[in-house]
Design a protein around this ligand. Structure first.
Ligand SMILES: [Fe+2]
Ligand SMILES: [Fe+2]
Length: 121
């Protein structure tokens, strides 16, 4: 994935998330991958949410809502049979990839600008 942010921790974490999402496609399917993605996404979201809170970010509600949607999607996916078919792996992975790409190039960019203009990078 192209560079997503001038904030190093934010870009590094996004790259890890994209890599994990790509791994959902790997055959045979590793049922642990969704759990790893869940844990890493949680770690990343909490860090962004902490920045929003600390900096009194004005668009925090919409951003938090977006993170919560991703959390819910992932939770639903984790209830799927781990012996899932290859074509399902591809659709889940593509869905999450597109979602994350839109998120990091949209709503996260607004946060990035705000953090970069603040004193606590
Ligand atoms: Fe992010
Ligand atoms: Fe975000």
């Amino acid at each position: 994935m192209q560079k997503t942010s001038d904030i190093i921790w934010q870009d590094t974490q996004h790259q890890v998330l994209f890599t994990l999402i790509e791994q959902i496609k790997e055959v045979p399917f590793d049922p642990e991958i969704l759990n790893r993605l869940k844990l890493y996404a949680e770690h990343h979201f909490i860090l962004e949410e902490t920045y929003m809170l600390e900096l009194d970010y004005p668009h925090a509600d919409a951003h938090l809502e977006a993170h919560n949607r991703f959390r819910e999607e992932l939770k639903a996916m984790m209830e799927i049979d781990p012996t899932m078919h290859e074509s399902l792996q591809v659709s889940l992975s593509d869905f999450l990839y597109k979602w994350l790409k839109l998120h990091v190039l949209g709503i996260d960019k607004k946060l990035e600008d705000f953090v970069l203009k603040s004193s606590s990078k």
